[in-house]
Design a protein around this ligand. Structure first.
Ligand code: FAD
Length: 388
């Protein structure tokens, strides 16, 4: 904790859903009593769902990039640097720009993508989870003349479980608009047993919409390698599948700096699910980087970040302790024809996760737009503070 009178030094690593939420919340709540330093290797944030919009030509990447300079405030400093080492005992971090000491450290570095982990993917397929790859696919899709399109999930642990299905629905619309649907076959191949394992209702709704659109689906199926020479995908059981265009959700891994700094157990950072504190005092982790028993999603990272901010505020101000992170989220799902459905899910409050489903409509699509606008306003309304 800071010496008396000095502002609390909070160092936040990673400016995604989790890092932006904890930074803006502490900055707004504590005024001059805090100095937040927010570090990211990139100069702008892109919502996960915006990548699909860019890929299918709804928006350009320039239209969806949110520059971090607009997140800075008088007590919130953004630095575009790469994190190179983290010492959780001393709460000291080395970056490409210098060394930082903190009173409180929040690790929100997300999950890295490892397309190289699947043989042949870099040569013969396209991951669509990074902003660069999604932007590159705009052109690939414009030039596509029809054929076998396979959307494949290559690991059991990936961001946004509905995203492969959203991609299939948007691809169906794209090919239909371009008079290529009859000349194409769309298939989803995934190791997941069903679309949303915790909800039979949402899973059935997604499967019905796939069937209505003649989109094939193979669940509990692992693609192990891509063979661009023969245009086939190898399946774990020894089978193969032909493809002309392979769109992949690549294997996810923790960012190497987190592993090399000794922060992970079995690949990810372990946290107390109620407070998100790690085994080191005053060191928290939120979002995709943790091994918390929840899906990898922006809304989860944001909810965890809110809890961390409340835990820190309670440490400073006393009073009643904040409730534990409840795992209650709303998950919007693009379901084609510009409509959006949603699942209101609660992962942690009861003995088993619960979910209630709202079918797709233009009204829910509008609600999703408002969700994004609220985050833009909350996280990027600054532009008054130092940044470098
Ligand atoms: C196609 C797609 C659609 C999605 N749709 C949705 C959706 O509709 N709803 C939803 O809730 N979620 C969605 N997601 C998932 C969501 O984007 C992630 O789960 C969420 O971003 C995780 O937040 P985070 O803060 O943990 O990590 P991230 O948002 O990934 O942020 C991590 C940050 O750390 C930075 N970083 C990593 N390593 C370093 C380093 N060494 N030095 C400096 N900086 C570093 C990265 O640059 C990044 O900005 C989607 C994801 C994809 C790919």
């Amino acid at each position: 904790m800071p010496t008396s009178g000095a502002p609390l030094r909070v160092l936040v690593l990673g400016a995604g859903f989790g890092g932006l939420e904890v930074s803006s919340r502490l900055s707004a709540a504590l005024g001059d009593d805090v100095h937040v330093t927010l570090i990211d290797q990139n100069d702008a944030f892109v919502f996960g769902f915006s990548k699909l919009d860019v890929m299918f030509g709804r928006h350009t990447m320039d239209e969806v990039r949110l520059p971090y300079r607009d997140a800075a405030r008088s007590n919130l400093e953004f630095r575009q640097e790469s994190v190179r080492a983290i010492d959780p005992d001393r709460k000291r971090v080395v970056t490409s720009g210098g060394t930082y000491d903190a009173d409180i450290l929040v690790i929100a570095l997300g999950a890295d993508l490892a397309p190289e982990a699947t043989p042949g993917l870099l040569e013969g397929g396209h991951e669509f989870y990074s902003p660069e790859a999604a932007a590159g696919l705009t052109q690939v899709l414009q030039e596509f003349r029809g054929g076998d399109v396979v959307i494949g999930v290559l690991g059991g642990f990936f961001k946004c479980p509905p995203a492969p299905y959203e991609t299939a629905f948007m691809l169906h619309d794209f090919l239909t608009r371009n008079s290529l649907r009859d000349a194409s076959r769309i298939s989803i191949v995934t190791p997941m047993p069903k679309p949303i394992p915790i909800s039979a209702e949402v899973s059935t709704a997604i499967l019905d919409l796939l069937d209505e659109r003649d989109i094939r689906h193979s669940h509990a199926t692992w693609i192990t390698a891509v063979d661009p020479g023969d245009g086939i995908l190898h399946i774990k059981d020894g089978g193969t599948m032909p493809y002309d265009l392979f769109l992949a959700v690549p294997v996810h891994i923790a960012p190497p700096v987190v592993v090399d700094s000794g922060l992970t157990d079995e690949g990810w950072i372990a946290v107390d699910p109620a407070t998100l504190v790690t085994k080191w005092p005053d060191v928290y982790a939120v979002g995709d980087i943790t091994s918390a028993p929840v899906p990898r999603a922006g809304v989860i990272a944001e909810g965890e970040a809110r809890t961390v901010a409340d835990v820190i505020l309670h440490q400073l101000r006393g009073g009643d302790p904040p409730p534990p992170f409840a795992g209650a989220i709303t998950c919007y799902v693009e379901m084609g024809d510009d409509t959006v459905g949603k699942a209101d899910v609660n992962f942690l409050s009861g003995p088993a996760p619960t979910a209630s489903y709202t079918p797709p409509s233009l009204a829910v699509a509008e609600e999703k737009s408002e969700f994004a606008a609220a985050r833009r306003a909350r996280w990027f309304s600054g532009a008054t503070g130092p940044t470098r």
